[in-house]
Design a protein around this ligand. Sequence first.
Ligand code: RB5
Length: 150
Amino acid sequence: MIVSIASDHAGFEQKQQLVESLKDEGYQVVDQGPQSDDRVDYPDFAVLVAMDVASGRADRGVLVCGTGVGMALAADKVAGVRAANIINEQFAELCRQHNNANVITLSGRFVSFEENKRILSAFLTTEFEGGRHADRVAKIDALDSRGAGK
Ligand code: RB5
């Protein structure tokens, strides 16, 4: 599985640690940066991972900022991306089982690395249940083409 990952300065340290643990676990990792903890704007990095997933260059995406909220808001603007801001393992499983989330956004400031590692593992290993959830996810995806007045 190819995993694209990025952060901002607030998520940089955990992003570096997650890159190493993903590689150790055998995932193919695309590190979209940044490569230092210099101050950056999270949407500039969210879009890199979102485009990797939307284009099929990566199977899943991971974004880390202070809360994970800004990354989710930005990534979800890209058509085909279903990004979820997750702070516990159960939600990580549910966002896969019910929502078929393809990008997870994590908090580097409020959730420990060990917990984020468990959350990410659940996200990457849990399958979408399909069935009744498939129609609902299709309705989410249909919103990709909606804009003001449509
Ligand atoms: C940066 O200070 C912070 O706003 C950012 O990392 C993130 O938490 C935004 O949602």
